[in-house]
Design a protein around this ligand. Sequence first.
Ligand SMILES: C[S@@+](CC[C@H](N)C(=O)[O-])C[C@H]1O[C@@H](n2cnc3c(N)ncnc32)[C@H](O)[C@@H]1O
Length: 376
Amino acid sequence: MKQVTLIATAAMGLESIVAQEVRDLGYEAAVENGKVIFDAPISAIPRCNLWLRTADRVKILVGKFQAKTFDELFEQTKALPWESYIDETGQIPVSGKSIKSTLYSVPDCQAIVKKAIVERMKLKYGLINKLEESGALYKTEIALLKDEATLTIDTSGVGLHKRGYRVGQGEAPLKETLAAALVLLTNWKPDQPLIDPFCGSGTILIEAALIGQNIAPGFNREFASEEWSLVKQRHWDAAFGEAEELANYDQPLSIVGSDISHQMIETAQANALEAGLGDLIQWKQMQVSDLTIKQKDGYLISNPPYGQRLSDKEEVEKMYQDLGDIMQNHPSWSTYIITAYEQFEKAFGKAATKKRKLFNGFIQTNYYQYFGKKEK
Ligand SMILES: C[S@@+](CC[C@H](N)C(=O)[O-])C[C@H]1O[C@@H](n2cnc3c(N)ncnc32)[C@H](O)[C@@H]1O
């Protein structure tokens, strides 16, 4: 098998960024029903897992068909070439979901899909007894949407947001994939100053440093498909080799993170160290009202407290106001704030140049974007 159809799954609202990342890797991606889908050679599996900063997972699309009865689901699943992807000893857990479909019983759909795959595998591998299922993991999903069944196998293993650097976290850490998206949504370039005055465990700045030095986010972790014979060791070696070659460890960065909490600063420092960034990022304990800015043309990207408890409302308004007052004196700086606080612009004292709706987990937020003015 030379070509596969891949799906890069993404959090709602991030699909277009994931699609752009896939295109930047050289594949022609389309966004369909909130999924980024593309045909690619096998070598794309390691490359996408290593490089995609904003995708949740990379899955292989095994097949798609209409199914309104269990018979249709069984026969069409059995007709797909599972043996081309799954090794004889592969473990094949099947999960499922069903939305607006005639076949609504997810456990039954899972059981039928599992039975069909097992029958197909036994036939193709010439096995009489049941499958051993002692080898590599092939997490399979049956997703039904309006009677269309989509069958996929996950190549990633644990979600791609798990980069392997998070040794500690605070109360409300951003997912690494969303933090990377927040940076990619700006025009920040690695030679420009960047600060996060509510840095918490440092996710935004760590992701920015990885972007700034062109370090593949998956460099420090493992992927389920590393155990598969479909993806050859030479594909993995080539992808890791490419990542090593493209990393620009000499790129100087001017990145500063601060937070009111000593403990968070220690955590951020430990995470950055674990990410292999050493002391590339400067961390300091400080409250936002003490923020001073000396450089020009910088970027402030931040995820401040949202003030979701009523008692916190006044406190966050004051923080946003302090920040607005400070940034007003630095018109060459661009400010990017993600918050669920509806009256953010009022507190900050200025209407945003642009706003974008984003989900932080289940919380609906806005990404407020203030573009700096180039100084003449
Ligand atoms: C939503 S969390 C940031 C989480 C971070 N993005 C991460 O991924 O870990 C907000 C942070 O703001 C900090 N904070 C609260 N009040 C502050 C203030 N007045 N000045 C600076 N930081 C403050 C908190 O300690 C907390 O770490």
